[in-house]
Unconditional design. Structure first.
Length: 462
C-alpha cells in the first residue's frame, strides 16, 4: 500500500486546472447502459473509482474505447449481461448507479448490495422505493438486489430521507424514469450540480427532463435514447480541496475551470475566514466555470459551518475545512448534518496537534498556532485529503498510509500538489508483483521539489 511523505511549510503557489468530477462522471458512465448508439464522454478523470466503473460496465456488456483525444467511447455490445457482481460493487458504493439504467433498458438487473462505509450508515432504501414506485419488482437474494419490470411506468416519487435527499438515488431514479412510460415527478430530488450534469447528458440523448437542479424533477418518458457527446463538469470538491490547501499554507494559487456557481457556499466561508477569492476571468457572475485566484494572508478567522444538501455547504469539504480551521485564531464550530459520524479525521488531526471537542454531530475546533507533522492513517477519501492539507501546513514530516483512499478521488494528487511547490512524495510499499491487484497503485515515483515551483519526476530505482 502506498504512503505519502510530506515535508510541511511550503507556501503553495502556481496554477492548476481542476480535473473532471468523479461524482458527475460515475452516473454519467452508468448512463451508457441506456444508449442505443455510441456514447462519447470527455474530461473523465483518471481515478481508481472510474476504473472500477469501467470494469463494472465491462461486466455488463458495454464495449469501451479510450480514444487518442482522451475521450471515452462506449457501445452496448451484449445487453444480456445484467449482473453487477460483488467483487466490483463492494469496492465502490456508486456502483449502485447501474441499477436504474439496467432495469429501465434491459428490464432486469442483479446488483450486489453495496458494502459499508467508513463514515456511517449509507442505506439505499430511497433508491429501491423509487424504482418500486416506477413499477419495478424488487427482491433480495444472496446479498444481491434483483429488480425486474416489463416496462417501467411513470409515477410520483418522494426522494427525501432523514438527512435530506440522495444524490446517487436521484441519479438512479432519473436515469430509470427517462425510459418509463408516461410522466414521472421526483419530489425532494437532489439539487447537486452532478444531477444537472447528468440531466444535460440524458437530454442530449433525447430524454425529456424539466427542473434539474431544483427539488422537483418532471420527466416525460421516451421509447429510446440515442448516443451523445458530453464533457464532464469540473470537480467542485477537488477545486475546494486545492483552495483550502492554498489557504492553509498561506499560499497564492490560480485555478482554471473552477466550478464557480457550484461552490458559492464554500467561497462564502473562505471569505468569512479571511481568504481572498478573486475571479480573474470576465465571465458572468453565475458562470459555471471561472479562473480564480486564492490568496491567504495566514491570519485566519474562525467560522461556523453546517453541512447541508446543495446549495448548502458540501459535506465532502467538511474535513478539509476542519484542517483549515485548526489554524484559525479562535474557536470554530462544525456540524455534520448529512453523515453525523463523518469525523474519522478528528483523531488523526489530534495526533498532529489539533484540539477538538465533539458533541454528537458537532465538533468545536480550537485554533492552534501550528500543526505538527506525524504518521497518520487515511480512512476515507475526504478524511485523507484533510490529512494531506494538514501535512502541507504542519511543521515537520507527515506520513500518510493507505493513500489508495485518495487515488479514488484525486488524480495523481502528489503530482498536482508538487506542481504548486509542495514537498510531497509517494512511496509504494507494495511489491511490484501485487501492485497491479490493488487499484493499479502507481510505481515508486520520487518527486524532487527544487526551490523553483517546477517539480521534476524521477522514477527511483530502489
Ligand atoms: C453522494 O453520495 C456523493 N457520492 C458523496 O460523495 C457525498 O458525500 C453525498 O452524495 C452527499 O453529498 C457520489 O456522488 C458518488 P447518500 P450518495 O449516502 O448520493 C441518506 C465523496 O467523498 N440516504 O446516498 O450516495 C444517507 O444516509 C462521496 O466523493 C438514505 O437515507 O449519498 C445520507 O445521510 C462520499 N436513503 C444521505 O441520504 C437512501 O436510500 C446522503 O445520501 C440513500 C441515502
Amino acid at each position: 500500500m502506498d504512503t505519502f511523505v510530506i515535508e510541511g511549510g511550503a507556501r503553495l503557489s502556481g496554477r492548476l486546472q481542476v480535473d473532471g468530477s468523479k461524482n458527475a462522471a460515475l452516473p454519467l458512465m452508468a448512463a451508457s447502459l441506456l444508449a442505443d448508439e455510441e456514447l462519447v464522454l470527455r474530461n473523465i478523470p483518471d481515478l481508481s473509482d472510474v476504473r472500477s466503473m469501467k470494469a463494472l460496465l465491462g461486466q455488463l456488456g458495454v464495449d469501451q474505447v479510450e480514444a487518442q483525444d482522451g475521450s471515452w467511447k462506449t457501445q452496448v455490445g451484449d445487453p444480456t449481461l445484467c449482473h453487477a457482481q460483488y467483487d466490483v460493487v463492494s469496492t465502490m458504493r456508486a456502483s449502485i448507479c447501474v441499477l436504474g439504467p439496467l432495469v429501465a433498458r434491459r428490464h432486469y438487473a442483479r446488483v450486489s448490495m453495496p458494502g459499508g462505509c467508513a463514515f456511517g450508515h449509507r442505506p439505499i432504501d430511497l433508491h429501491l422505493r423509487g424504482l418500486e414506485a416506477l413499477g419495478a419488482r424488487i427482491r433480495l437474494e444472496n446479498g444481491d438486489i434483483i429488480a425486474e419490470a416489463d416496462r417501467l411506468k411513470g409515477g410520483t416519487i418522494f426522494m427525501g430521507g432523514p438527512f435530506g435527499s440522495t444524490v446517487t438515488g436521484t441519479a438512479n431514479i432519473m436515469s430509470a424514469a427517462v425510459l418509463a412510460e408516461g410522466t414521472t415527478v421526483i419530489e425532494s430530488a437532489a439539487c447537486e450540480p452532478e444531477i444537472v450534469d447528468l440531466a444535460n447528458l440524458l437530454k442530449a440523448m433525447g430524454a425529456n427532463i424539466e427542473g434539474a437542479g431544483s427539488p422537483r424533477l418532471v420527466i416525460e418518458g421516451v421509447d429510446s435514447l440515442s448516443g451523445a457527446d458530453h464533457s464532464v463538469m469540473p470537480d467542485r470538491i477537488v477545486a475546494g480541496t486545492w483552495a483550502v490547501a492554498a489557504a492553509a499554507t498561506n499560499g497564492e494559487i490560480v485555478l482554471d475551470r473552477f466550478p464557480w456557481d457550484s461552490l458559492l457556499a464554500m467561497v462564502d466561508v473562505l471569505k468569512q475566514v479571511g481568504v481572498r477569492v478573486e475571479r480573474l476571468d470576465d465571465g458572468p457572475e453565475c458562470a459555471r466555470e471561472a479562473t480564480v485566484r486564492i490568496t491567504s494572508e495566514r491570519h485566519l478567522r474562525p467560522a461556523v459551518i453546517t453541512t447541508q444538501p446543495h446549495p448548502g455547504f458540501p459535506t465532502d469539504l467538511q474535513a478539509q475545512f476542519m484542517t483549515l480551521l485548526c489554524l484559525a485564531e479562535g474557536n470554530s464550530v462544525i456540524t455534520e448534518k448529512i453523515y453525523p459520524e463523518r469525523f474519522m479525521h478528528v483523531a488523526e488531526l489530534a495526533r498532529m496537534g489539533g484540539l477538538f471537542t465533539r458533541q454528537g454531530p458537532t465538533v468545536v475546533v480550537q485554533g492552534v498556532k501550528s500543526l505538527i507533522g506525524a504518521p497518520v492513517m487515511a480512512s476515507d477519501l475526504r478524511a485523507s485529503a484533510c490529512l494531506v492539507i494538514a501535512g502541507l501546513a504542519a511543521q515537520g514530516t507527515t506520513t500518510i498510509n493507505r493513500v489508495y483512499h485518495l487515488d479514488r478521488g484525486y488524480v495523481r494528487m502528489e503530482e498536482r500538489l508538487a506542481q504548486l511547490g509542495a514537498s510531497i512524495r509517494r512511496v509504494s510499499n507494495t511489491p511490484a508483483s501485487s501492485a497491479a491487484k490493488t487499484n493499479d497503485s502507481a510505481p515508486e515515483i520520487e518527486i524532487l521539489t527544487p526551490p523553483t515551483s517546477s517539480a521534476k519526476l524521477v522514477k527511483s530505482d530502489r
